[in-house]
Design a protein around this ligand. Structure first.
Ligand code: SF4
Length: 663
C-alpha cells in the first residue's frame, strides 16, 4: 500500500513535501556565535536528510523567560544569528519554523539572572523557586513580545512560527488552574485562563498577516492532577483555531508530572489517543510527537487517522536522514533512537551547560567539525584492525571506514554487540539490538571485514598500519571480600549471558546502574503479563501478582542508581518499588556466607538471606592485548578497555569517532 507519510500536506499557506517534521529541540549551543557554524551544520544536515519542516528549539521572547544557551529575541545579535540559520536551512533545501517560548515558572534565576515570573506565585518543583506574580502590564508585555516575535520570524525568513504552549511552560501555566490562581481578566474561569494565548494568536494574525503560517504547540494532557480538564483542552483547541492558528502540535505531560512520557519503557504511540481527541474537534492539521520513533509507528499513526503530521524529535538526533531513509525504505540503514536520553534530554533537563549529542550517533553535535568527507588523505588505503565488536569497536570501524581506511574487525564472540547485546535484555533496552543492527549494516556497506569468533594473534595484527583496541571490560570481583568465591556467587555478565541460572532469593551487591537494571530484569518475574492483568481487570477481579523472586539490592551509596540520568532514574526506581525490590541504601557488603550476606551501615548490621549473590561492583579494563601490542604496531585503546571506571556507551562511541576524526 502507498505510504501516507509521503503524501504532500500543508499548514495554512505553507506547502510541505510530506508528513514528517522535525520537532523542536534545544541543543545547548544556541546563542553562542562561535557555535553558529555547528548549529547551521546540524540543521542543514537534517534539511538534506528530508525533514519536511524543521521547528527550532524554543527561542525566548523575553530574557526572564529564557535560560542558558537559549536565543533571546531582545538580543540583536541573536536575531542576526537566527536569520543566518534560516538562510542556511533554505540553502540546504529545507523549511524552518521558529518556536517562540517563555519558560515562566520553569525559568531558573541562576541562568537568567532575573526572578522568574508566572501567572501566580506557585513554587516549581523543577526549579524549587517561587515565581513572582505577573502584573497585568507584565502580561501585556509578554503578549506583545510573542506577537513581535512572530513578526520577526516572518521578516527573518522563517517559513512559519510555533508558539510553545505545552510541557508546563508559561502559556500552559496560564491555562491551568494549578498555576493560574488569578482573579483578574487573565485568570479565574476558563475563558479568562485562555485569554493570554488567544490574544497572542489574534495579535499575530493582525501583525504578521492572515497567511503567515502559525502553529500552536498545546498540551493534550498535562498529566497533573487538578489541571485543565479534557473538555477544556478540546475547547481550547477549538478557540485557537477560531482565532486563526493553522495547525495544532500536541504535546503531553509537564516536567513535574509523574507519568513518564520520554522513558524507554513508554510504549510506542502511547499518547496518540490524546492527539486524536483534538483532531476530532478541529478542522486544521494536527501534529503528534511523543513516542513516534520509527517510520512504521509514524505510518501507523497516519493510517489510523490519529494525526495529520508527525514531528518526532530525538529520532532526528539519532539519524540525520530519518525521513529520507523512511522514504526510500532503507529501514536497515536507519540509526534508531533507543530512548536512553543519556546525551539529549538528560543534558537539556539535567545539565543545560552540556550540549546535546546522541549516544548512538556520535556525529550529532559535531557535524561541522566531523565532516563526512575524509580530512586525512593518508588515512585512505590504510589497513586498520579493530579488536572488539562492542559498540566502541563497531563505531571505530565505521568511522575509520568512512574515512577511507580498509578495516577489519575482530570479535571473540560469535555475535557483535558486546555489553550492549547483554544489556538488550533489560526492560526498555531491547532497542539496543537496533543499534547493533545499524552498525552491522553500516559495516557491511562500508566493506569492513568482520571476523567473528576470532581472537587475533600479535603476529596477525602486526601487518596492520594501525590497531584500535576495544576489548571492553571484565566484571570486577572484589577478591578480598570474604565468601566472594563461594559457588552461589555470580557476576552480572554470567547472569545476563544465561551462563548461570537464577536463584529465588537474590542479593545484588552494588546499587549502581547495572545492579538496578539487573534487579529490574530479574524482578519482572513478579509481574503478571499485561493481557492477563487486563483480563481480570475487565471482570473487576483484583489479583495479586505472583512473588517468584525476592530481590535485595545492597547499595553502598545512599542514592541508588546514582549514575543513571535524571529522566530515567525516577522511572527505574518506581518500577523497582512496584516489583517489590528491596533496596538497602548506605550498606556495605561485609561477608558472603552460604546462607546469605552480612551487610553493615554506619548504625546497623544485618543478615540478608540469599541463595544467590550477584556482584555488580563495577568492572576492570580488558587491555592485556593493548599492553603487548603497542610495542609492535601503532595502537590505540578506546571504550571500556581505555577507562573502565563507568560503563558509558556514549563516551565509548564518541571516543571512537574522536580518535578517527581527530587523529
Ligand atoms: Fe535517542 Fe539516546 Fe540519542 Fe537521545 S541520546 S536521541 S534518547 S538514542
Amino acid at each position: 500500500t502507498a505510504s501516507l507519510l509521503f503524501e504532500k500536506g500543508s499548514i495554512g499557506s505553507l506547502e510541505l513535501d510530506h508528513r514528517i517534521l522535525m520537532g523542536s529541540m534545544h541543543l545547548g549551543i544556541e546563542s553562542d556565535r562561535k557555535q553558529l557554524n555547528q548549529l547551521k551544520a546540524f540543521y542543514s544536515e537534517r534539511a538534506k536528510g528530508g525533514a519536511a519542516l524543521i521547528i527550532t528549539g524554543g527561542v525566548a521572547v523575553l530574557p526572564e523567560g529564557g535560560g542558558d544557551h537559549m536565543f533571546c529575541l531582545t538580543e540583536q545579535d541573536h536575531r542576526a544569528q537566527l536569520q543566518e540559520l534560516a538562510e542556511a536551512v533554505h540553502q540546504a533545501g529545507g523549511k524552518i519554523a521558529l518556536q517562540l517560548q517563555h519558560n515562566g515558572r520553569y525559568a531558573k534565576s541562576s541562568e537568567t539572572g532575573l526572578a522568574p515570573v508566572a501567572p501566580s506565585p506557585v513554587m516549581s518543583k523543577v526549579t524549587k523557586e517561587t515565581p513572582i506574580e505577573l502584573s497585568v502590564k507584565g502580561i501585556q508585555e509578554i503578549r506583545d513580545a510573542f506577537i513581535e516575535g512572530a513578526v520577526f520570524a516572518k521578516s527573518a525568513g522563517f517559513d512559519a512560527v510555533e508558539m510553545m504552549g505545552s510541557e508546563g511552560y508559561l502559556l500552559n501555566q496560564f491555562l491551568s488552574p494549578l498555576t493560574n490562581q488569578r482573579s483578574d481578566d487573565y485568570g479565574g474561569d476558563f475563558n479568562k485562563r485562555m485569554r493570554l494565548p488567544l490574544e497572542i494568536v489574534s495579535g499575530i494574525r493582525e501583525r504578521a498577516g492572515s497567511d503567515y503560517p502559525v502553529i500552536y504547540r498545546m498540551s493534550g494532557d498535562d498529566y497533573m492532577e487538578g489541571s485543565t480538564t479534557r473538555e477544556e483542552t478540546v475547547e481550547f483547541a477549538k478557540q485557537l483555531v477560531k482565532y486563526g492558528v493553522d495547525a495544532l502540535n500536541v504535546g503531553v505531560g509537564w516536567h513535574e508530572s509523574r507519568i513518564p512520557t520520554v522513558a524507554a519503557t513508554v510504549p510506542a504511540g502511547a499518547f496518540s489517543h490524546v492527539v486524536s481527541d483534538i483532531r476530532q474537534a478541529v478542522d486544521v492539521p494536527v501534529i503528534g510527537a511523543n513516542r513516534i520513533h520509527t517510520p512504521e509507528v509514524a505510518e501507523d499513526m497516519l493510517k489510523q487517522q490519529l494525526m495529520d503530521f508527525v514531528a518526532p524529535a530525538r529520532p532526528w538526533l539519532a539519524d540525520e536522514s530519518f525521513a529520507l531513509k523512511a522514504k526510500i525504505g532503507d529501514r536497515e540503514g536507519l540509526n534508531m533512537c533507543i530512548s536512553c536520553n543519556q546525551e539529549c534530554l538528560d543534558h537539556t533537563l539535567g545539565n543545560p551547560l552540556l550540549p546535546v549529542g546522541c549516544l548512538v550517533n556520535p556525529r550529532t553535535g559535531h557535524e561541522w567539525e566531523w565532516s563526512l568527507k575524509s580530512k586525512d588523505k593518508n588515512q585512505k588505503e590504510r589497513k586498520i584492525a579493530v579488536v572488539g565488536g562492542g559498540v566502541a569497536g563497531l563505531a571505530a570501524a565505521k568511522a575509520a571506514a568512512e574515512q577511507g581506511g580498509q578495516v577489519t574487525l575482530f570479535e571473540a564472540k560469535d555475535q557483535l554487540g558486546g555489553h550492549f547485546l547483554l544489556a538488550s535484555q533489560i526492560p526498555g533496552k531491547d532497542k539496543f539490538l537496533e543499534t547493533i543492527r545499524f552498525y552491522r549494516t553500516s559495516l557491511e556497506r562500508l566493506n569492513v571485514i568482520v571476523k567473528l569468533s576470532t581472537k587475533p594473534t600479535i603476529e596477525e595484527l602486526k601487518v596492520y598500519d594501525k590497531v584500535i583496541i576495544a576489548t571492553g571490560v571484565k566484571p570486577y570481583i572484589p577478591e578480598h571480600l570474604k565468601g566472594a568465591n563461594l559457588p552461589h556467587v555470580a557476576n552480572y555478565s554470567d547472569i545476563l549471558s544465561g551462563k548461570i541460572p537464577l536463584g529465588k532469593r537474590i542479593a545484588i551487591v552494588g546499587g549502581g546502574g547495572i545492579g538496578c537494571d539487573l534487579a529490574h530484569l530479574i524482578a519482572q518475574a513478579n509481574d503478571m503479563p499485561a493481557d492477563v492483568k487486563n483480563f481480570f481487570g475487565e471482570y473487576g477481579v483484583k489479583v495479586e501478582s505472583p512473588r517468584r523472586v525476592d530481590v535485595t539490592i545492597i547499595s553502598r551509596s545512599k542514592r541508588a542508581a546514582k549514575g543513571v540520568g535524571p529522566t530515567t532514574r525516577w522511572v527505574l526506581l518506581s518500577e523497582l518499588r512496584r516489583l517489590g525490590v528491596n533496596i538497602l541504601k548506605g550498606f556495605e557488603c561485609h561477608e558472603i556466607t552460604e546462607e546469605g550476606v552480612w551487610v553493615q551501615s554506619d548504625e546497623d548490621r544485618q543478615f540478608i538471606e540469599a541463595d544467590q549473590v550477584i556482584i555488580c561492583a563495577g568492572q576492570t579494563a580488558d587491555r592485556e592485548l593493548f599492553d603487548i601490542l603497542k610495542e609492535h604496531v601503532p595502537t590505540e585503546v578506546i571504550g571500556g578497555s581505555f577507562d573502565a571506571s563507568e560503563l558509558n556507551a556514549a563516551k565509548a562511541i564518541r571516543q571512537a569517532y574522536d580518535l578517527v576524526y581527530n587523529s
